[in-house]
Design a protein around this ligand. Structure first.
Ligand code: C5P
Length: 226
């Protein structure tokens, strides 16, 4: 299984379709986020689905339970592989969302603490726990409620694996192949992330902004199997 999920964060539909085709066979999934969805909506997702590559729809839903459940209902028909929602939407929101996807192939994955945030950002929001403890608390809650898995940084993946066991998908963004961080704070290399227990790594700009996205994806994939 190819564990690379390439984040296609752009509003340019042609570019997304071009990248989805170019990355076919080189990555396991492509990730479409809010930026793309705000620009192209469900029809944009259907266009990308025609490239025959599994889609991770990263909408990070967070609202009252009824609104989120209805949104999941609307997304369900698009046939995406994974949809994300914020764990801090709470138990009721997560359970109602789960009841909507029951019996379908769509998986719900919970976002813990964004990889762009550090301890000081959490403190500012009144969260007194350190990032790692907060991520583990969220992960255990997600597991208890029955989510398919979570998104966290590679720096927390090992503890999450220990706490939540092997039958729980861990997806780690904030992956960097060199020293650049962009706006990410909690970063790791692809190999570090996978050896810390991640099932998938989300890689965006290191692939999409490179001169040859297909080559970059292939190099990352090779670095993981060698
Ligand atoms: O370009 P880059 O590799 O930083 O892209 C990372 C992607 O992962 C972005 O689309 C971002 O929204 C997403 N993400 C993240 N941290 C999370 C959850 C998702 O960076 N905790």
């Amino acid at each position: 299984m190819n564990p690379i999920i390439c984040a296609l964060d752009t509003q340019d539909l042609n570019k997304v379709v071009f990248l989805a085709n170019a990355l076919h066979g080189k990555v396991g999934m492509v990730k479409l986020g809010l930026e793309f969805f705000a620009a192209h909506g469900p029809s944009g997702v259907r266009e990308v689905a025609k490239c025959n590559i599994p889609i991770f729809l990263d909408l990070k839903l967070h609202d009252i339970p009824n609104t989120v459940a209805k949104t999941v209902e609307a997304i369900k028909v698009l046939g995406v592989e994974i949809l994300t929602l914020h764990i801090n939407g709470g138990t009721k929101m997560l359970k109602e969302a789960l009841s909507v996807v029951k019996g379908t192939k769509m998986k719900l994955v919970g976002v813990t603490v964004l990889t762009s945030m550090g301890n000081e950002d959490l403190n500012e929001l009144g969260v007194t726990k350190e990032v790692k403890s907060q991520v583990i608390l969220f992960a255990k809650l997600a597991k208890k409620i029955g989510l398919h898995g979570i998104v966290c940084s590679a720096l927390e993946a090992q503890e999450v694996r220990q706490e939540c066991g092997k039958d729980f998908t861990i997806i780690t963004p904030g992956i960097r192949v060199n020293s650049g961080h962009d706006d990410q704070k909690r970063t790791a290399t692809p190999k570090e992330a996978m050896s810390s227990g991640a099932d998938y790594i989300v890689v965006g700009r290191p692939i999409t902004k490179s001169d040859s996205p297909a080559n970059s994806a292939e190099l990352i994939w090779k670095s993981l199997i060698n």
